[in-house]
Design a protein around this ligand. Structure first.
Ligand SMILES: C=C(O[C@H]1C=CC=C(C(=O)O)[C@@H]1O)C(=O)O
Length: 458
């Protein structure tokens, strides 16, 4: 954990985006430090006012403590414009990614950007977070508000943005430009990950064997591949491609992990919570009618899904009431795959901090298994991977305690100064799972990232 040097001043202003432009359309020209976008709207973080890194079994608790000590107090100080009061994510907000395992050698992150671009249901804003010490050097006859405004314009310029009469726009080399989509410039190639495909097939066979011996009902086994580039990958264009192609997924970047996930671990708005549990998959090339039959009428798919939904309900039960799960599940159609999907709603019983609610919810059987402890142990032996942030909670938390925690799926981890991305995908294994089909499913789940990185699936 790192302490926060100096106190922070926060300013939030309502802005207009360039006509016909969503927040996601601005991504190609930006170098974000964090992002969370659904259907073009959400949050983009730029730079960093504070960055907390932590590891181990206390990682959720330590991030929750930092939130309580440093971010929550800003809720009173940041006087939000009236139009933004009650909008989740408005004002100071931190992006976060937390490792799947407490034994991971990777860091969990909480990043408070120095500049946040936000949009929600057509209302857009910017939030600037400035160290109080930076305001000390005020010009003669300049009051605090004027000094802060000067700092906001300085931050905007630093991140290739400008604000004129409420209108936010991108600036490139001194010229105002319209946001446009463009792919990344780096040439990419696919190389083997930690293990071979054969290793994955063997792991799935061993998993099916353990289920046959009644050691457990389900486990989720993942594998990795690496996309290498000849130059640091520009994350803005990669995120823009994901946001454009996977509009129904949450496009994310936090710490070293990025992707577009369809699964919401837990969303918190005041005392209300909701989630979207996914498990059970068929390839996107299957027609919708056939996919519905294959998912809804196959006891194996229904079982795999039921265990995932039940694990979330069981894990949230100590902190929530009125938990309700959609029954029967729905079928979610994405460009690459179809999933069985269950929406869950409920109400928090006490003032449990959002990060500790996420700790309760994690890991569900959508990414671990049933029973949890047995599955987690078998996963660590059979996978032979450090998942890092993959399949851990990813999202944001604001000063008021509203939060979105997705599950970091359909993504990858930036390595080697951003010149390589390690992609991960896993599959729920139950009795009767076929290793070759599960291997094919991992490729289907990697399709969003492979596409965004300009790599053809083998
Ligand atoms: C573990 C992953 O997906 C989970 C979420 C939806 C469907 C899944 C499945 O059918 O196996 C997985 O449980 C992944 O994308 O890497």
């Amino acid at each position: 954990m790192t302490a926060l040097p100096g106190s922070l001043d926060v300013t939030t202003l309502v802005v207009d985006l360039p006509r016909g432009t969503t927040l996601a359309d601005m991504l190609p020209a930006l170098d974000p430090s964090g992002a969370w976008l659904l259907r073009g709207e959400g949050l983009i973080g730029l730079g960093s006012a504070a960055h907390v890194r932590t590891r181990g079994a206390e990682r959720f608790a330590e991030l929750a403590e930092w939130h309580e000590q440093h971010l929550a107090p800003l809720a009173q100080e940041s006087q939000l414009p009236a139009e933004l009061i009650g909008i989740p994510g408005a004002g100071p907000v931190a992006l976060t990614s937390i490792t799947y395992s407490s034994t991971s050698a990777a860091d969990s992150h909480l990043i408070l950007p120095e500049l946040i671009l936000g949009s929600f249901e057509g209302t857009a804003w910017i939030t600037a977070v400035v160290r109080a010490s930076a305001l000390d050097e005020t010009f003669e006859a300049e009051d605090d508000d004027a000094a802060m405004l000067r700092r906001v314009h300085g931050l905007l310029a630093k991140h290739s943005l400008q604000l004129k009469d409420r209108r936010l726009s991108l600036v490139t080399a001194g010229t105002e430009v319209q946001a446009s989509r463009s792919g990344g410039a780096a040439a990419t190639s696919l190389i083997q990950g930690t293990h071979s495909e054969q290793h994955y097939l063997r792991a799935v066979r061993a998993g099916v064997g353990a289920i046959g011996h009644r050691r457990l009902e389900k486990l989720v086994l993942a594998r990795d591949v690496v996309v290498a580039a000849d130059a640091p990958l520009p994350t803005g264009p990669v995120l823009a491609a994901l946001a454009a192609d996977y509009t129904d997924c949450w496009t994310y970047l936090a710490g070293d992990v990025l992707g577009a996930t369809p699964e919401m671990l837990v969303k918190i708005r005041g005392q209300e919570l909701s989630a979207r549990v996914l498990a059970g998959t068929v390839d996107g090339s299957t027609g919708l009618q056939r996919a519905r039959t294959l998912l809804l009428e196959d006891p194996k798919q229904r079982d795999e899904h039921r265990l995932a939904a039940q694990s979330l309900l069981d894990q949230l039960a100590p902190v929530a009431q009125h938990l309700h799960a959609q029954d029967p599940p729905a079928v979610l159609q994405l460009p690459n795959v179809f999933h069985l999907s269950t929406d869950v709603t409920g109400r928090l019983t006490a003032q449990t901090p959002a990060l500790l609610v996420a700790e309760r919810a994690h890991p569900t059987a959508a990414i671990c298994g049933t029973p949890t402890a047995t599955a987690a142990e078998l996963i660590s032996t059979l996978e032979g991977l450090d998942r890092g942030a993959f399949s851990g909670p990813v999202g944001w938390i604001d000063a008021y305690g509203n939060a979105d925690f997705g599950i970091a799926l359909r993504g990858g981890i930036l390595e080697e100064q951003g010149t390589q991305v390690r992609l991960f995908a896993g599959c729920g294994i139950v009795a009767g799972s076929d290793p070759e089909e599960e291997l094919a499913e991992t490729w289907a789940k990697m399709r969003p990232m492979l596409g965004a990185l300009g790599v053809h699936q083998p």
